[in-house]
Design a protein around this ligand. Structure first.
Ligand SMILES: *Cc1c(COP(=O)(O)O)cnc(C)c1O
Length: 428
């Protein structure tokens, strides 16, 4: 199985793809999503599509819970429990215990909270280790915290290959993103966490491109903290709240600085002094965004049902197969356009996306825009990367084949040279 996935001898034909769709046990999950006609959606890694159940669920929340039952709904509709309830569902996707995960705020804010706690766990050390290519918000948050602490902390950034060697006894916290947002390559969470623990450093993992995309086992890897996104592979909707994980062995030992009332032991006693709640609940800050929470709840439930039915290994295996059909098609023949595959071949070393670079960044940007104009939605990442997400619950092999054909056609016909494709927009 492993080999068959890694070494595609000759790329499948269009007819092969039709065959693959017919025998695909995941094919029926497409019905769980609302996708517009004429669109091949290869951007679920940036914003997952709308699950059908979510429309109903949000409408019910608006009209019955908010509109009719008003403030009673905090109790009667379980609004107050949403951060823990949705956290417990997400826990099943990331190898965590139900009481180790909560949903709140954004990934950036959650990273601030867990990084603050982690730094406090190693008061005699000053180095936060990460990689240069980490997602910028992670680095910005670490810079902001370092500034705020004003205690000589240093954010040390190394190249990806240099991470293991850089983990030494000066390091307080190793803060990494498991799946690289640009290339889709995956770090070995268990190995790196173990290296961190050998020198008594704390390990924080950002699972933005992992949760709902690959098998994740935080407790098997002995991770200390983790954060991740609700709006990508969990299909929680634009700006969906994020999640955070705190290993139960740490949950009651440290506090985080955003000590808002929702993380208080007894918020409705309205005492003057902050007393942290027990467990991961102390990582909550303010009131949960209920409309966004119910949308996320519904999105996560689609994912957890699919995982119960098929297993995350099978779901990720299909993502890799789809990505390889796409990449192999583009890189077959003589590759006259100078495309370079950035995504690893081995299923254990990758996420669910596929990335290619072109020698010229402006061209890469324009090709993606020309594809979007044809209804094939991927995205561009500076400086010269075309990035495509292969969410296996709603994509077919045939769509992926056709998307590759269209990309080749755009390159051959040089459609991308039109001015409207070359002008950069604010969100790429
Ligand atoms: C998408 C992403 C985020 C997003 O952070 P927000 O605060 O939710 O906007 C954070 N980290 C990584 C690695 C990401 O890919």
């Amino acid at each position: 199985m492993h080999n068959a996935l890694n070494q595609s001898i000759s790329p499948p034909s269009r007819a092969d793809c039709e065959q693959l769709d017919q025998s695909d046990p995941l094919a029926h999950w497409r019905e769980a999503f609302e996708l517009p006609d004429g669109v091949i959606y290869l951007d679920g890694n940036s914003l997952g599509p709308l699950p059908r159940t979510t429309r109903e669920r949000v409408l019910k929340c608006v009209s019955d819970e908010w509109g009719r039952d008003l403030i009673k709904s905090w109790n009667t509709a379980g609004w107050m429990d949403l951060p823990a309830k949705v956290g417990a569902e997400i826990a099943t996707l990331i190898g965590a215990r139900a009481d180790e995960v909560v949903v709140a705020d954004s990934t950036s804010v959650n990273l601030f909270k867990v990084l603050s706690a982690a730094v406090k766990m190693r008061p005699d050390r000053r180095v936060i280790l990460s990689e240069k290519g980490n997602f910028p918000t992670d680095l910005y948050i670490a810079q902001g915290l370092t500034d705020l602490l004003d205690a000589g902390h240093e954010l040390k950034l190394v190249e990806r290959e240099e991470i293991p060697a850089a983990i030494d006894a000066s390091v307080a916290v190793v803060m990494l993103t498991q799946v690289d947002y640009r290339t889709g390559s995956r770090l070995n969470m268990k190995e790196i966490t173990s290296l961190a623990h050998e020198v008594n450093a704390v390990a924080i993992w950002d699972l933005a491109h992992s949760a709902g995309a690959i098998p994740v086992d935080l407790n098997n890897a002995n991770a200390d903290f983790a954060v991740g996104c609700g709006y990508k592979y969990l299909n929680g909707g634009p700006g969906a709240p994020a999640f955070l994980f705190v290993a139960s062995r740490h949950a009651d030992s440290f506090t985080q600085p955003l000590s808002g009332w929702m993380g208080h032991k007894k918020p409705f006693e309205f005492g003057t002094d902050y007393e942290p709640a027990t467990g991961v609940a102390r990582y909550l800050c303010g009131s949960p965004p209920v409309l966004s929470m119910v949308a996320l709840d519904s999105g996560v439930q689609v994912m957890t049902k699919a995982v119960i039915g098929h297993g995350m290994d099978a779901i990720h295996a299909k993502a890799c197969r789809l990505a390889d059909i796409f990449l192999d098609r583009l890189l077959a023949e003589d590759n006259p356009f100078g495309l370079t595959r950035l995504t690893p071949h081995d299923v254990h070393e990758r996420g669910s996306q596929a990335s290619l670079s072109l020698p010229d960044g402006d061209q890469a940007y324009a090709v993606v825009q020309a594809l979007i104009a044809e209804g094939i939605i991927g995205d561009f990442r500076a400086p010269n990367i075309m990035r495509f997400g292969f969410a296996p619950l709603y994509l077919s092999h045939l769509e992926v084949y056709d998307a590759a054909e269209k990309l080749l056609q755009i390159m051959r016909d040089e459609t991308w040279r039109q001015d409207r494709f070359l002008t950069r927009q604010a969100v790429t």
